[in-house]
Design a protein around this ligand. Structure first.
Ligand code: GTP
Ligand code: MG
Length: 461
């Protein structure tokens, strides 16, 4: 994407039936376009910044009003892009928004590419790359926590952390440079051990901390799949409904009711979860059921967490054990269901079959035990991925690759320092480390990477 000084326009809201739709225009022509296509209800001599004006968009061809709208002008640099921005709030709906956009395009703007408004904000220095990426995260956030982390990143939280690390790096680089320039002077002679310690504590350690937060990204941004598996009729679909707090899956007393996978989203203590109901295990009858079972087994294999459900009101059998299948034991919670009914499976039998696995007792009918169940799911997720309850910075893959590059360069610098190599070599290592960090913020990022980031935006952002 080349930055051009032309004026761009796009529909900024999802097109469809809705209350209002917003068209955004950015560039030198914005104010002129407003004067051309907008007829205010009350005469306006010149548009003030950040004020809403009521009036009509006029079709220049026919001179007829197209829609009653509210417009606002935000002159650069006090705008999203730092350019002059015009926003038109029209009624929503595909036809009306397209018509208004068409009129604006005829008046000198061109259609914006996806992400181009934000690209301009970046190129005009209003935000750095981490903030631009935060906008994508913000739009896609699926949990309170990922929203919080994205908002913090947008507010510059990640940028500031990187600048702290970079500042420390620059200080050390300056010190090393000074000793290279005046190698004979007593006061610039460098204590190698001290420099190495400083690199370790003020640069390496915080960089590694950022890298380790990446492992949490998948959890907070994409969520975890929790698959409910077990023999037929044990109450899997009832448990799904309870967790969702609505009747989503079909429940009947007939064994083999669920034949297909059913996937629904909830959050447990801020963590986005995809709960998957599956077909029950039994001696397979017919091809439909065979397929259902094959899907179940696939899903169990790829699950994050598996709830193996057993029905305590009936004796256990081989199919209860089959539900465990090839699941990794550390991903399993055993859910003993129907505790409201008289027991037919003894505690000893259950212990023999599932001993050593976390176990929760519930009744999907009465709701008993479901607090314990969600707690157990939460605990298992936290323990598995070293998840901290509410991380404020969650780097993405691109950041993590660059941070790892910085770590590699820093480790090399440390080795070279301790092996008494000339400081010219150490200085070069540190320059590479700095470049890696600068790639994250966009100081030195190459164009392809930048295009890759902005291509992920939606139109009008
Ligand atoms: N008393 C009692 N009945 C339950 C409980 N949970 C489920 N049931 C009943 O058990 C029967 C089977 O429940 P489902 O939720 O359809 O069981 P499922 O495991 O999804 O069954 P399939 O899809 O056939 O494998 C239904 O009649 C439910 O009402 C419970 O905790 N207590
Ligand atoms: Mg079912």
């Amino acid at each position: 994407m080349d930055y051009k000084h032309d004026t761009i326009a796009a529909i900024a809201t999802p097109v469809g039936m809705g209350g209002i739709g917003i068209i955004k225009i950015s560039g030198n022509l914005s104010v002129g376009i407003a004067q051309k296509v907008f007829r205010p209800k009350h005469p306006v001599r010149s548009f003030e910044n950040f004020r809403l004006y009521l009036g009509h968009i006029i079709d220049p061809g026919s001179g007829l009003p197209v829609d009653e709208v509210l417009i606002s002008i935000m002159r650069g640099p006090l705008s999203y892009t730092r350019e002059d921005v015009l926003e038109v709030n029209s009624h929503s709906g595909h036809a009306i928004l397209s018509k208004v956009l068409h009129i604006i395009l005829q008046s000198g703007a061109r259609l914006a590419q996806p992400g181009e408004f934000t690209l301009r904000a970046f190129l005009n220095g209003r935000i750095d790359l981490t903030q631009a990426e935060a906008i994508i995260d913000l739009i896609n956030a699926r949990s309170e926590t990922s929203l919080h982390a994205a908002a913090n990143q947008l507010a510059g939280g990640f940028l500031r952390r990187l600048e702290e690390i970079r500042g420390q790096l620059i200080e050390i680089m300056v010190e090393i440079e000074a000793s290279m320039d005046f190698p004979d002077e007593q006061h610039t002679r460098i204590d190698r051990q001290r420099i190495a310690d400083r690199i370790r504590t003020t640069i390496l350690r915080p960089t590694r901390e950022l890298i380790s937060a990446y492992s949490q990204r998948k959890v907070w941004h994409e969520g975890i799949a929790v698959v409910i598996a077990g023999r037929v009729n044990v109450g899997k679909s009832s448990i799904l409904n309870r967790l969702l707090q609505k009747e989503r899956a079909l429940v009947t007393p007939i064994p083999g009711t669920t034949r297909d996978l059913l996937e629904c989203g909830i959050t447990i203590k801020g963590i986005p979860i995809r709960i998957v109901d599956t077909a029950g295990m039994r001696k397979v009858r017919g091809t439909v059921e065979k397929k259902g079972l094959a899907l179940t087994m696939d899903r169990v294999r790829s699950a994050g967490i598996i709830l193996v459900v057993v029905d305590r009101s009936r004796p256990l059998n081989q199919h209860d054990l089959n539900a465990l299948g090839k699941a990794d034991k550390k991903d399993v919670i055993v859910v003993v269901n129907k505790i409201d009914l008289p027991r037919k499976a003894s505690e000893k039998k259950i212990e023999d079959a599932f001993g050593g696995l976390p176990r929760v007792y519930v009744s999907a009918l009465t709701g008993e035990g479901f607090n314990e169940l969600t707690n157990a799911i939460h605990r298992l997720i936290l323990s598995r991925a070293n998840i901290t309850p509410a991380p404020s910075i969650i780097p993405n893959l691109r950041h993590t690759v660059a941070l790892q590059q910085a770590v590699d360069c820093l480790e090399k610098a440390l080795r070279n320092i301790m092996e008494n190599l000339p400081f010219e070599i150490v200085a070069a290592d540190l320059v590479w480390a700095r470049n890696a960090i600068d790639e994250i913020t966009g100081h030195t990022t190459n164009e392809e990477v930048i295009d890759g980031i902005f291509n992920r935006f939606c139109l009008g952002k």
